[in-house]
Design a protein around this ligand. Structure first.
Ligand code: PEP
Length: 255
């Protein structure tokens, strides 16, 4: 079964409002009107509505980089799923490694955020991946299994039709060190097998799994060529419209 490629640009804590608008316009322009798979932009919270407005009517959709799991209340500085939906955003990153390592999101918090996203109708991109020491001591699969097990505990396949998983080895994020296509494929195949066991073969065959970690125009083709890699989650290179468009174009044609 052919899965539609999905490539996301995580702008992290970069851009001002005018820069975000200009970047969104430029990405839209570079991609043109041809459908090149699903394309997602993840700008900072304050720019979600403006970026959603700039890409309206195109093949580009917008997502938030995080959310809080509570619906509303005295949580100063936090942003709820409903707030994100109200901006026109359709997707949300959950469990990005920087949220886990810098902001202390545990597997349990990630699970709560995933449920809040689903309850609000947001399409989640669940990020998983091992630290360098974990790869070196041979626990990559165990780490990814634990992250998936806790995040998806108790959820049914029907609730997860729009789930995207991003495999992002932490040692490759923002470091310039990309996993080789073979290293990435090995973990993607493992995640797909895990999904088949946990849900069903059909669910696993449908679920899109992105790779993230220092993806550039120059290494995207080799990664996309792997049978279980369905797209990229791009940080640094997504801040340059040309480079991001080159990564999107490296994806397989939309069936
Ligand atoms: C990311 O932020 O998800 C990421 C993969 O960043 P970079 O492409 O810069 O490594």
């Amino acid at each position: 079964m052919a899965r539609t490629p999905v490539t996301g640009g995580n702008w992290k804590m970069h851009t001002t409002l005018p820069e975000a608008i200009a970047l969104a316009q430029e990405v839209r322009h570079r991609l043109g009107s041809q459908r090149l798979g699903d394309v997602l932009l993840f700008p900072p919270f304050p720019f979600l509505a403006a970026v959603a407005d700039k890409v309206a009517g195109s093949h580009v959709n917008v997502g938030a980089q995080d959310l809080h799991f509570e619906a509303k209340g005295a949580f100063t500085g936090a942003v709820s799923a409903a707030m994100i939906v109200s901006t026109g955003a359709t997707h949300v990153l959950v469990g990005h490694s920087e949220r886990r390592s810098v902001f202390g999101d545990t597997d349990e918090i990630v699970a709560k955020k995933l449920r809040a996203a689903l309850a609000a109708g947001l399409k989640p991109v669940l990020c998983v991946g091992e630290q360098l020491a974990e790869r070196q001591n041979g626990t990559t699969f165990a780490v990814v299994d634990r992250q998936l097990t806790v995040a998806l505990d108790g959820l049914l396949a029907d609730q997860l039709q729009h789930l995207i998983i991003a495999y992002e080895p932490v040692w490759a994020i923002g470091t310039g060190l990309t996993a080789s296509p073979e290293q990435a494929q090995e973990v993607h195949a493992h995640i797909r097998a895990w999904l088949a066991t946990r849900f069903s073969a059909a669910f696993a065959a449908n679920c899109r799994i992105q790779y993230g970690g220092s993806v550039k125009g120059s290494n995207a083709t080799g990664l996309f060529a792997q049978s279980d890699i369905d797209g990229m989650l791009v940080g640094g290179a997504s801040l340059t419209a040309d480079e991001f468009a080159a990564i999107v174009r490296a994806g397989r044609a939309v069936p």
